[in-house]
Design a protein around this ligand. Structure first.
Ligand code: GCV
Length: 663
């Protein structure tokens, strides 16, 4: 079967036909074992050859390779399921070879060849072994089946509707789903959860009477080596099974989960498992029964265990009905307080899924202390690819550098997060719009997420290079440098014109787009900045504050405890400081706020000009779409600048040292 193109009018993203030119113009032999993923690889190569004039043949394990340029060898090698070896022995001839133990490894090898292009058919390549650093590389969709009255079809979705569901039913668009699976596999993702972690009534039924809809999706994902997961309600035994309780220690409840899970595997034999948001923002959980989250996770893990499934149990548990007057409660502490004491109590097939920061996907947060505190628990770090708090795919904000900082952080001073974790999970930024991600440049975030999950130590700028050259094959230098100019520093630019120095939020409540400095200040959500006439920030020190800083190992607790040693970019997350406090960088807090907000807007205006200069180098529809979004980004950035600067001028009474206009 030829490789699936996206539906008509949908952007091919990082797999445009031209990306396959080098492979498609050569003679390829697919040699050795078979299986569905080998069929997928064969179809990919055949499709490329049909376009570019090459040829592809099948052969047994010992078939002669002398007349081929490329040999894709499968089944004969030792190795794990996802690894492959690339080599090219001879200088002036002889085939380039990819050897894999399984079809999955071969598929990843094929996409690696696509990334390398012509170069892999030239010169000598010493054998290189490639394998993913993290076995769990998952994308979670927050897609609703039925349109939610407040959150819509996709919660925090900025790219149109769901590609799976519409108005309460499955879309049944296999071509789109398979094209999507192909994009995901090409950046290394191997698991997907197809519904929102906030499991409303309609979505709850996916587990039982609507499992056929999930099975149809799983069929498409399977063709590209991706396992399908389902977000389930902890209260499913009550909601769906009619039991009186969902108590995880109740024998009837255990039996219900075992039976329900067996029925899932009857129709989806390679089902990946469950994702659970429990006791969080109104979702049911084990606390109702006086049980721990390990008790809760383990009952689902036991049901999945016979089939090799996994439960992803989210650590996003906090009190969302906090009294803002109460300064002793700190939302940032909550995940550690709940989960660190449970280390060692989770089943081997339970994965604790921890947001990368202690709050909620802000543009700048410290790395969650939970990540360094659960050495005896399988751990997945959760990132938000959808840009809820980072411009909602109307602003260019490439998150690669932020994610890389998280993955390279060493909680104990020695081992990096990317080495401690078993997995990386991203909240999807994909929808049914023509560019998959709403903003065409937001595709770079999805691609980067997948590649960092494969190799958390990778240099994000090199990953961006890959994305640029795959997405724009044959791009002239001016386009390559223009794309880098608008993307490389865009996260730091966004940080400059929004909430300062790690304090977070200041967004419009509810939809979270655009500034509202006091929007959450007197709310129950636990997200405060405590600005008054003298200063701003949250005292999270152990000496005088909430004690959050002491949740880190000493190497970091000492750094964060004092405003003198705390990095500037996090200083208001950890400390309440006077406006005149001198930062490590040399400015006062107030002058830093003014300067960064003016600079941030100037940087967006400059990026808009760079984009305009690329007009003749980018496909017109794509160029126009980004240009239009830049108008909105500039407008919004100015609004952020003026609201934040005016707010702090009025609170502090301290004028801008450079005399610029503040309202
Ligand atoms: C799916 C934030 C978002 C919610 C989201 C939640 C979560 O609070 O605003 O929309 O709910 O995170 O991660 O569960």
């Amino acid at each position: 079967m030829p490789p699936p193109g996206p539906p008509d009018g949908t952007d091919p993203a990082w797999l445009p036909p031209a990306a396959f030119r080098a492979i498609g113009s050569r003679r390829t032999l697919v040699r050795g074992g078979g299986g569905p993923l080998v069929e997928t690889v064969f179809g990919e190569v055949a499709g490329a050859c049909a376009r570019f004039g090459g040829s592809v043949a099948r052969g047994g394990a010992t078939a002669d390779v002398s007349s081929y340029d490329l040999v894709l060898d499968v089944g004969g090698a030792q190795g794990d399921d996802e690894s492959f070896v690339l080599r090219r022995d001879a200088e002036g001839g002889g085939p380039t070879t990819v050897t894999a133990a399984s079809g999955r490894g071969l598929l990843y090898g094929l996409f690696h060849l696509v990334r390398l292009g012509e170069g892999v058919f030239q010169g000598r390549w010493e054998p290189e072994v490639h394998r993913p650093a993290l076995p769990l590389r998952m994308l979670d969709h927050w897609d609703n089946v039925a349109v939610h009255p407040v959150m819509g079809q996709v919660e925090r979705g900025y790219a149109g509707g769901s590609i799976f569901w519409v108005d309460g039913r499955a879309r049944h668009e296999p071509q789109r789903v398979r094209a999507y699976a192909r994009l995901l596999a090409a950046c290394g993702i191997n698991a997907v959860a197809v519904n929102n972690v906030n499991v409303h009534e309609t979505e709850a039924h996916l587990l039982t009477d609507r499992i056929g809809d999930v099975a149809s999706l799983a069929e498409e994902f399977r063709a590209y080596g991706i396992r399908t997961h389902l977000s389930v309600s902890f209260a499913a035994p009550v909601l769906l099974g009619g039991l009186a309780s969902a108590d995880p220690l109740d024998a009837g409840v255990r039996e219900w989960w075992a039976d329900a899970t067996a029925a899932v595997y009857d129709v989806i034999p390679d089902f990946g498992g469950y994702v659970v948001k429990a006791d969080s923002e109104g979702q049911p959980g084990p606390f109702a029964y006086g049980r721990s989250h390990a008790d809760g996770a383990n009952v689902l893990a036991a049901a999945l265990e016979p089939y090799g499934g996994t439960v992803h149990w989210r650590a996003f548990v906090y009190d969302h009905r906090q009294d803002w007057r109460d300064r002793s409660t700190d939302r940032a502490r909550a995940a550690y307080d709940h989960f660190a004491p449970l280390d060692g109590e989770f089943a081997p097939n339970a994965v604790l899924q921890v947001k990368h920061g202690p709050m909620d996907f802000q543009v700048r947060e410290p790395v969650s202390p939970v990540i360094g505190a659960v050495p005896r628990t399988r751990l997945a770090v959760e990132l938000q690819v959808t840009q809820e708090y980072t411009g909602q795919q109307r602003h260019v904000c490439w998150l690669g550098p932020m994610w890389s900082d998280v993955l390279r952080f060493r909680p104990d001073g020695e081992t990096a997060v990317g080495q401690l974790a078993d997995g990386l999970v991203g909240v999807s930024n994909v929808g049914d719009g023509p560019y998959w991600t709403g903003h065409p440049l937001a595709q770079a975030n999805l691609y980067t997420f997948g590649r960092l999950a494969w190799d958390p130590g990778a240099d994000p700028l090199r990953v961006l290079d890959e994305w640029v050259s795959l997405t724009h094959p044959d791009a002239p230098d001016a386009l390559v440098s223009g794309l880098h100019a608008v993307l490389d520093g865009s996260w730091r630019t966004y940080e400059k014109y929004t909430a300062p120095l790690g304090v977070g939020f200041m967004v419009q409540p509810g939809h979270h787009y655009g500034p509202s400095v006091d929007g959450y200040e007197y709310s129950p959500w636990g997200t405060y900045h405590f600005a008054d006439r003298d200063g701003v920030g949250v005292d999270r020190s152990a000496a005088t504050g909430t004690g959050y800083a002491a949740q880190y190992a000493k190497v970091w607790a000492d750094v964060y405890e004092s405003a003198e040693s705390c990095p500037d970019e996090l200083v208001l997350f950890f400390h309440h400081l006077p406006y005149g406090h001198l930062l490590r960088g040399g400015s006062t807090v107030i002058q830093h706020i003014y300067d960064t907000h003016f600079d941030g807007v100037a940087e967006v205006e400059a990026a808009r000009e760079v984009w305009a200069s690329l007009r003749d180098l980018v496909e017109p529809g794509r160029h126009a779409r980004v240009a239009e979004l830049y108008e909105e980004q500039v407008r919004s950035a100015r609004e952020w600048r003026d609201q934040v600067n005016s707010y702090f001028l009025r609170k502090s009474g301290v004028p801008d040292a450079r005399g610029r206009r503040i309202y």
